[in-house]
Design a protein around this ligand. Structure first.
Ligand code: 13P
Length: 248
């Protein structure tokens, strides 16, 4: 059975009270299925609310949108892997395009964060993707490979707890998704990079303007192991429907 991962990145939306209402609606509308996993990435203040709501549901978990690589200390405003885990997180996004482009996170930072997530026993979801200028210059694969190499440097094999999310920057929040064919081409390149590191089983998600209208078409492409969704995950009814999306 093909198993799919549906990841919701709420970004800077839904505090604890909104999250309680969201989770009660979502859980009332969505029946767990063995071939679907649903991962929620709420803002840090709502992690504990999500993790409490999904407790006992094997196919669901809560994850942090970002972690700092030091485990503790004088780092005002940051949360560490162990702190996120204490709030119930079991996964962490690393290197999301907004972290890279709004907050100036570097490739080197993503490497430290992947390692920090693993040492806190969190599943890292490493986000990679090119800007429009890089795509137009024909540099997509070069950029994505550079991001992979920086975040997952040798020595050692790629950890099986890792997930990759391919999110082209030009498709995020723009309403312009990559076509299934374009996404598949990049996924194939990422998979071949991973295969060379004995990690061909690593899940690769697509993200960027995924919504109820295009999810089935995107997921019909077998290179996609799931989706990472921003805007269309903010409404619990729509998200429940999206996670139920029938796939050919
Ligand atoms: P949108 O689905 O809103 O385009 O955001 C994608 C994203 O950045 C998910 O991490």
């Amino acid at each position: 059975m093909r198993s799919l991962l549906f990841a919701a990145n709420w970004k800077m939306h839904l505090g604890p009270a909104d999250t309680r209402a969201y989770m009660s609606t979502f859980l009332a509308e969505y029946q767990e299925r063995p071939d679907r996993q649903v991962w929620f990435f709420p803002p840090a203040v709502s992690l504990e609310t999500v993790s409490t709501a999904v407790r006992g549901r094997a196919s669901m978990l809560a994850g942090a949108q970002d972690i700092y690589w030091e485990p503790k200390g004088a780092f005002t405003g940051a949360i560490s892997g162990p702190l996120a885990a204490q709030a119930g997180a079991r996964a962490a996004l690393v290197g999301h395009s907004e972290r890279r482009h709004v907050f100036g996170e570097t490739d080197a930072d993503t490497g430290r964060k992947v390692a920090a997530a693993l040492s806190a026993d969190l599943y890292p979801v490493l986000c990679v993707g090119e800007t429009l200028a890089q795509r137009d210059a024909g540099d997509t694969l070069k950029v994505v490979t550079r991001q992979l190499e920086a975040a997952l440097p040798p020595p050692g094999r790629v950890d099986p707890r890792l997930t990759i999310a391919y999110e082209p920057v030009w498709a995020i929040g723009t309403g312009r998704n990559a076509t299934p064919k374009d996404a598949a081409e990049v996924h194939r390149a990422i998979r071949s990079w991973l295969k060379d590191r004995a990690a061909g089983q690593t899940r690769i998600l697509y993200g960027g303007s995924v919504n109820l209208k295009n999810a089935a078409e995107l997921l019909a492409e077998r290179e996609l192991d799931g989706v990472l969704v921003g805007g269309a995950s903010l409404d619990p009814h729509g998200w429940a429907e999206l996670v139920r999306t029938g796939v050919a």
